[in-house]
Design a protein around this ligand. Structure first.
Ligand SMILES: Cc1cc2nc3c(=O)[nH]c(=O)nc-3n(C[C@H](O)[C@H](O)[C@H](O)COP(=O)(O)O)c2cc1C
Length: 440
């Protein structure tokens, strides 16, 4: 039997029908009240038909005041439960699982939703071209409020037909900000030692588990490392993995990086890239880092996401037991049925359109020494994929001819339009320029 086609039983008793997962990708397709929409139903129906054993949704936010981008789904008593149920039905219609990724952006919060984001400590992001504001430190009662919100969203996910949840604790989002000594400078019981920095994630896991019960899948996405000086390290990640797995986690997804250090897309920093160069695992760039975590995870299923493009490598890592689930994101934007194609043997290498997405050569390129230029390049690359997701949600085919600048401009225009349409608006006095762009 093809290793990728093997079912995977999870500790809670549920089973994934195969080893391929579409990893979480923010969709930006919620309606004006931040609820699920018909476009999300279409998108997830297509991905479900595509044959993956597991679909993880993009960030679903726990608080409408703090978004990673306008168009995020939010669940904070804003209604829309029927629409969520419709989305969940479409997303699971092929016998696969669809898990809701639950998230809070913390300081990685777009100004289009708030000029006053929150974070464990007030450490401002660098090189973000003014798109995010400096955060303020969370009060302890606010931290508990956020944990309760995660549990509420998890319960809602279960009630509306999603078949599991994933706590987003990677990529520099709030839970990942708590884990990192670079962004968490607190001196109370929520900061300092690793035990304290991991408190937010562990309490969140506990609350979520209580909300959904023992037989419902709960996963987490964790950085193998932040790849940032002074950030969350690989050794720390292995310990946190152990704690989560001991607590009863069903699936641990490994990724890495933050908005400031976009390792999630393979830019691990000079030192780490040199290390990867010397291994045959340059393609799936987190495999080396996942090894430590594998040992710590005490048999809890492990998923690794980032860079997997050759089907032979996917088969090899599943067959050897190194990884239990292969997480794939960007290729699903252009080949939504890639699991079916892999099964039929018509696809042995996944497409890599990201390789052509750069705004310029040399210092204007993605490896520029100027941080803001690097940010702009990352934005351009990711914008291209955002536009493809929108195309899929609108029932169209991916637009492979779309240029990088065109994608970036279309993305920013689109985001402003979505922000303008939102029913919830931050106080007008706090709105960023240009005023006319955001006024309702
Ligand atoms: C358009 C886009 C949106 C993304 N949104 C999310 C998200 O909402 N949650 C998340 O955990 N990761 C998100 N990611 C990261 C992916 O899940 C994945 O970790 C990354 O793209 C590397 O995997 P890949 O090489 O297979 O694309 C996003 C990536 C892309 C390209």
């Amino acid at each position: 039997m093809d290793p990728l086609a093997r079912p995977l039983p999870l500790p809670c008793g549920a089973t994934l029908k195969n080893r391929l997962c579409k990893a979480g990708m923010t969709e930006g397709l919620a309606d004006e009240d931040d609820r699920a929409s018909e476009r999300l139903e279409t998108l997830y129906g297509r991905w479900s038909d595509g044959g993956a054993g597991l679909l993880v949704t993009g960030n679903v936010m726990v608080d409408r005041r703090y978004l990673e981008r306008p168009g995020n789904i939010v669940i904070d008593r804003n209604g829309g439960l029927d629409a969520l149920a419709t989305m969940a039905r479409a997303a699971t219609r092929n016998g696969n699982h669809c898990w809701m990724q639950i998230s809070h952006p913390g300081r990685q919060c777009t100004r289009m939703s708030s000029n006053h984001p929150v974070s464990p400590s007030s450490v401002k992001m660098r090189g973000m071209l003014g798109s995010v504001a400096a955060p303020r430190e969370l009060e302890v009662d606010e931290i508990w409020d956020i944990i309760e919100r995660f549990a509420y969203v998890a319960k809602t996910a279960k009630e509306t037909g999603f078949t599991g949840v994933q706590i987003h604790s990677a990529h520099g989002y709030l839970s990942s900000q708590f884990l990192s000594p670079y962004t968490n400078r607190r001196t109370d019981e929520w900061g300092g030692s690793l035990e304290n920095r991991a408190r937010f994630l562990r309490e969140t896991y506990k609350a979520v588990r209580e909300a959904v019960g023992a037989d419902f899948p709960v996963g987490a996405k964790l950085n193998s490392s932040d790849f940032q000086k002074g950030g969350f390290s690989n050794e720390e990640s292995a310990l946190v993995a152990r704690w989560l797995c001991d607590a009863g986690l069903d699936l641990l997804e490994i990724s890495g990086g933050t908005y400031e250090q976009t390792a999630l897309f393979g830019r691990l920093g000079e030192e780490a890239e040199k290390k990867a160069e010397s291994t045959r695992r340059r393609e799936a760039y987190f495999l080396e880092y996942a090894r430590n975590i594998r040992e710590a995870a005490r048999g809890v299923p492990l998923m690794v996401t980032g860079g997997f493009r050759s089907v032979s490598l996917m088969r090899e890592v599943i067959d050897s037991g190194e990884v239990d689930v292969v997480g794939i994101a960007r290729p699903f934007c252009v080949v939504p049925d890639l699991p079916n194609q892999i099964e039929k043997g018509t696809l042995t290498k996944l497409p890599t359109p990201e390789k052509e997405r750069r705004l310029g050569p040399g210092i204007f390129g993605p490896t520029s020494s100027i941080r803001s230029v690097r940010t702009l390049n990352s934005q351009a690359e990711v914008s291209w994929f955002y536009r493809q997701i929108i195309a899929l949600g609108e029932g169209r085919e991916p637009d492979l001819a779309l240029g990088t600048w065109g994608a970036l401009l279309a993305h920013f225009n689109g985001e402003l339009a979505v922000a303008r349409r939102r029913t919830f608006q931050q106080p007008k006095a706090a709105l960023p320029a240009p005023k006319e762009a955001l006024d309702a």
